[in-house]
Design a protein around this ligand. Structure first.
Ligand SMILES: Cc1cc2nc3c(=O)[nH]c(=O)nc-3n(C[C@H](O)[C@H](O)[C@H](O)COP(=O)(O)OP(=O)(O)OC[C@H]3O[C@@H](n4cnc5c(N)ncnc54)[C@H](O)[C@@H]3O)c2cc1C
Ligand code: FES
Length: 280
């Protein structure tokens, strides 16, 4: 039983779920994800393992409600309810080594998945600088947890309501151009990871990104998560999700992410109508 033992709203449409999943919790490593299904008729969605507690047998998922399944999770699943499936840990773990000074950049809900990566990098002896960015202060969360696992935390908001006004790429550019940064990690929307990659490429600093293509089985069989890296087709679920950002075909990834926009819009509209009817 994958029971939700804790549910907590973190920010606008962003919720933390602590879920009983002892097998996943016992094997989880930074950079990996799980594929969940809400119920027997639910679709599979991938979610990063934002934290885990092997002793308690729990994993922590941080979910942004963006479409039918994530809104259904938010609206219909509460503490004490159980998810139908939690499969994982999936994907290759992050390559954690002692690099020297590393910068971890997170955009929006990406703050949750960057957390275990920053923690592991810090544990391996690196000096870790985190940059966390969001559109406004209401979308920021886990800043205390992030500052616990890094040496310096830089916060940016697009509207200047918290931290520096502007995009995460601005402090990133200053850091990589200043010298001494051995490696960068970036997790967030594809467009943010693309621009972080361009900044790092120009400064000659290696960057690792966590790609988020549409996934179905999460085990390398369906081909849905096909991405192009270094001109070669890779499956993000088994070859990644982390890849060198300067080698990703971003235009292809961004186009494929938008391939089902109309179907996704219809599915959410139908779900909201059914939810409204059930409440009346
Ligand atoms: C490895 C990986 C880790 C992820 N980790 C997180 C996380 O920790 N927290 C979080 O909030 N989100 C995470 N995502 C994105 C999350 O899986 C999607 O937001 C979710 O599947 C959307 O489903 P939906 O039905 O609510 O929305 P939909 O309306 O179906 O889709 C909204 C958008 O989400 C993306 N999406 C839709 N279906 C899938 C799918 N099956 N697989 C991947 N992306 C999809 C598409 O870009 C789509 O346009 C991750 C994605 C990947 C690939
Ligand atoms: S999700 Fe099916 S091959 Fe990766």
């Amino acid at each position: 039983m994958y029971t939700i033992v804790k549910k907590r709203g973190l920010a606008d449409q962003i919720t933390e779920y602590v879920v009983q999943a002892p097998v996943v919790a016992g094997a989880a490593q930074a950079g990996q994800f799980a594929v969940i299904r809400l119920h027997e008729r639910g679709e599979r969605i991938p979610l990063t393992l934002a934290d885990w507690d092997a002793q308690a047998g729990t994993i922590t998922l941080v979910v942004q409600a963006v479409g039918k399944t994530t809104v259904e999770l938010e609206e219909r699943f509460h503490e004490g309810d159980a998810l139908a499936d939690v499969v994982g840990p999936l994907g290759e773990p992050s390559e954690i080594e002692e690099y020297g000074t590393v910068v971890c950049v997170a955009g929006g809900v990406g703050i949750a998945p960057i957390h275990p990566v920053a923690r592991a990098l810090k544990g391996a002896g690196n000096e870790v600088i985190c940059i966390a960015g969001a559109r406004n202060r209401g979308l920021l969360f886990w800043l205390d947890r992030l500052s616990d696992v890094c040496d310096d935390l830089i916060i940016t908001t697009d509207d200047g309501s918290h931290g520096r006004k502007g995009l995460v790429t601005e402090p990133l550019k200053e850091l990589v151009e200043g010298g001494g940064v051995a490696r960068v990690w970036a997790i967030g929307p594809a467009i943010m990871m693309k621009f972080c990659s361009l900044v790092c490429q120009a400064a000659g600093v290696p960057i690792v990104v966590s790609l988020n293509p549409i996934m179905v089985d999460g085990t390398g069989m369906c081909g849905a998560c096909r991405v192009e890296v270094d001109g070669v087709v890779r499956f993000a679920c088994v070859d990644g999700p982390e890849f060198r950002g300067d080698r990703v075909n971003w235009d292809l990834l961004i186009a494929r992410l938008a391939a089902f926009k109309e179907e996704e819009r219809c599915a959410l509209e139908q779900f909201r109508a059914a939810l409204k009817e059930a409440r009346e």
